[in-house]
Ligand binder design. Structure first.
Ligand SMILES: Nc1ncnc2c1ncn2[C@@H]1O[C@H](COP(=O)(O)OP(=O)(O)OP(=O)(O)O)[C@@H](O)[C@H]1O
Length: 257
């Protein structure tokens, strides 16, 4: 089991921002978390990475139970995360290659001498993510789409058991978004971490994301097979407006009725 949350609640500043969350992720599943602004997605991710502790309930991530086993840094080394916060923490003057290598040490910046094996791995990941041709360019000069690719390669350097992609297509144009989604599909096929993909956009649910968690107002509105979650009836109720969902081919699309 990769993740197990039992009756989890989180209170901040006197307010319950997550409540009554039951959620299990098994090996081999890839999940989407779908939720509107303020649904609690970021709070939930912070909890999975042990930045927040649950106020009530039990959280188990990659075999570690919060409060019992060793936590924090050790857990985070097994989780690859790509988010806007991580992006902002990178050193802009580091090259794409250095940024990827730093993932091997789970550090921001490169302070140790990488081994030959790490260099070979970083180069392969740069190729897998189609960023090899700008490997020597500084991070700050890369486009948003290029930066996201580099950050995904960085996250994979530590062979994470869990890869969290928090709204990775934010700020990307349609072409860059589709290209990035194609790379994410390849990761799901070639590398083997469990992926949690957080988004506001139904259209980004790739066929590999076979499971969906619908998060609303800090609690689970629905969870299960994506095909069962992403339907006109369920999402109309979820969003509180009438919507029409169609599954053309392998991916859904949505429009207001
Ligand atoms: N430390 C905190 N103290 C008080 N309230 C908080 C704290 N962190 C988050 N919240 C509140 O909890 C709710 C959920 O916030 P969160 O950032 O998790 O939402 P989100 O689903 O990630 O939204 P978005 O899609 O806009 O990023 C919001 O109403 C937010 O104001």
């Amino acid at each position: 089991m990769i993740l197990d949350l039992e009756k989890v609640g989180l209170k901040k500043s006197g307010k319950w921002i997550l409540h009554d969350i039951d959620w299990t992720i098994n090996q081999g599943e890839h999940w989407v978390i779908l939720g509107l602004n303020g649904a609690g997605k970021t709070a939930l991710l912070h909890m999975l990475c042990a930045y927040y502790f649950p106020t009530i309930g039990k959280v188990q991530v990659i075999g570690k139970q919060f409060g019992q086993d060793i936590l924090g840094e050790q857990l985070r080394q097994q989780i690859g995360i790509v988010s806007s916060k991580i992006k902002d923490r990178m050193y802009g003057s580091d090259s794409a290659y250095q940024v990827v290598l730093s993932g091997g040490f789970a550090s921001i910046g490169l302070y140790e001498e990488p081994t030959d094996e790490m260099r070979a791995k970083a180069q392969q990941l740069l190729k897998d993510l189609k960023c090899f041709h700008y490997a020597n360019q500084t991070f700050q000069t890369l486009s948003q789409g290029e930066q996201q690719r580099v950050l995904i390669a960085r996250a994979l350097m530590g062979d994470p058991k869990l890869l969290i992609l928090d709204e990775p297509t934010n700020g990307l144009d349609f072409i860059a978004r589709e290209a990035l989604l194609e790379s994410i599909e390849n990761i799901a096929a070639k590398h083997s971490p469990t992926i949690i993909y957080v988004t506001h956009h139904v259209e980004e649910i790739l066929p590999e994301f076979n499971k969906t968690l619908l998060l609303k107002e800090g609690t689970v509105f629905g969870k299960g097979d994506s095909r069962d979650m992403i339907t006109s009836t369920r999402l109309s109720e979820f969003f509180g407006i009438s919507v029409e969902v169609s599954w053309n081919g392998q991916r859904p699309s949505i429009q207001k009725k």
